[in-house]
Design a protein around this ligand. Sequence first.
Ligand code: FE2
Length: 668
Amino acid sequence: MTEYKVQVTTGDMTHAGTRDYIHVTLFGTEGETERTNLDKWGKDFATGMTRIYTVEPKASLGKLLLVKLEKDPYLLLPENEWFCSNIVVTTPEGDRILFPCNRWVSRGELVELRGGRAMKVFEEEHPLLIDHRKLEVMLRQKLFKWGVYAAGLPHMNNFKDSSNLPDELRFSLSKNVELASVKVNTAIKLKFTGLADSTDQWQSIEAMKKVFLCNKTPIAEYVSEHWSEDDFFGFQFLNATNPNVIQRCSELPSNFPVTEEMVKPFLQPGSSLQREMEKGNIFLRDYKRMDGLPTRKYDQPLHLTAGLCLFYMNPENKLMPIAIQLHQQPSEQNPIFLPSDPENDWLLAKMFLKNADVIEYETVYHLMMTHFLAEAFAVATLRSFPVIHPLYKLLIPHFRYTLQINTTGRPLLMGPDGVLSQSSLGTESLTELMRRAQSEMTYSSLCLPEDIAARGLESIPNFYYRDDGVKLWGIISSFVKAMVEHYYPSDTEVQKDSELQAWIKEIYTHCFLGDKKSGIPTSFQTVEEVIKFVTMVIFRVSAQHAAVNNGQYEYNAWTPNSPLLMRKPPPTTKGKSSMKTILETLPNVGETVNFMSLGLLLTSPYSDVVLLGTYPVERFDEPAPKKMIKEFQANLTDLSEVIAKRNSKLVVPYNYLNPAQMENSIAI
Ligand code: FE2
């Protein structure tokens, strides 16, 4: 008798175990076993349990190809789903082969697992596996279809409600419970203090601080104390939640007539704007993309300004705003505000800029350019690759929970009553803003080193997002290079992998909407192209998302620093604004606390977290990728130590790109 040892591991999440009967059939090149009931004394498939069973065919099966699992009712008990983590089969010849499963199994479902080393489509030889592979991809394409949220935006998944998603793509029970508790706790705290439903106007900036009693962090407190200071205003364009937008300015835009006289007092004595531009010390933030977007209906007209702001990197290495124009077209009613203007005028001008900034940041740089892109990458991956494909094994951990958070979050943020739709812009204008951004999005702008170079920010001092981000890009890129070169030793393998080509085609068509000028490849010709693209994907869904997501509460909960709506018109002349004007302009009490609780919900720590570079689910069976993962982890740990050391010397630390604080995927 030939003996196969079949080791079965049940998942360790709540309710993963089952009482049902589990049957296994092994298929090899020389035959198959009988359908065998896996049964030993005591409980077989309890949560977190690993048990070994023996299957004894009459003769060796040859090379092992597939493991088939079937689940049958135990007595008359109702359905009791089972989460199978993996099966490991030890053959009579002594080979130990991993068959990853990582899915919930129901009665009557067809579950056939591929095992062993990762395989590309053109490497398949056995007819059984060729057919199995085709069928798997076909079934995936039937299950995961493309949906359209709005014309001109990246396509999304086809599940209307997150409860329809396949179970293994949904939040764990613990994550659901913790999310609900953050929501409930915040709501209770705010209701208890009578704030959430209040339409009252704030009576003073100090009065707002009481909502901070809910959740204090050192940075959130720092923001509430320093938000009005010019150097901290500039600092945030480098190291807060929106480090994506300023760029070096070597020539003033023609619609921003800042004169030498205006800004001379704020430059180094004896210098000039022209000279500072030549030295590379002048920077610009231009909100032209937001020009002309209608504001939403409200009980009074709301206001959004598509302004321009000029910054000066001064000799103390502080980025200082030196001129602000609130609308695109210069006119008498659209003066250029200066730091020497009356305090409240200058403050209000900065607040109008930050209003536009926080709306564009949340809508474009956070939602669209991380969440929506990640979802499209995930759907393309689920549709194009079978689980045995090396890129599926590499990428799928980086899409954990993304479909669920997007399906749940989209209406909560962008729907008619969504939190973002309660900003100065309603759903339609937010969508239009995304559409404009999508039409300008390029492959190059998604690759951090290229984006930094294009914005002329290679040498601007104290730019920690760049410093940490470029290092992280390098670490991710080395890991991806090792992996991709291992599975694609030459360009020929890339060119003949039809599944890989289908994947990039899906992304080109459904994520970048077939826009040739985006520079997104329509096919891959070289190994190098694959490395770059996969690096971009992993960086975007881990690092870039962490950079724009994790500071939401700390930087944006303090409303005067990031007001989501402005209730009074922007100043058109100088010397007429007071603190009363500012308080009348800011969101009311209820709006303030609702925006704040969103930040809290999206940045609260959860226990069900998988950090960048950790792969708790074993998917690769061969030693080489396992070694590469270990090297990747070691490099991330080193970077984390460098960042922690640097941060220990900073008044305002930058920790959003610390790998120790960053998830593998967009999970919130
Ligand atoms: Fe997010």
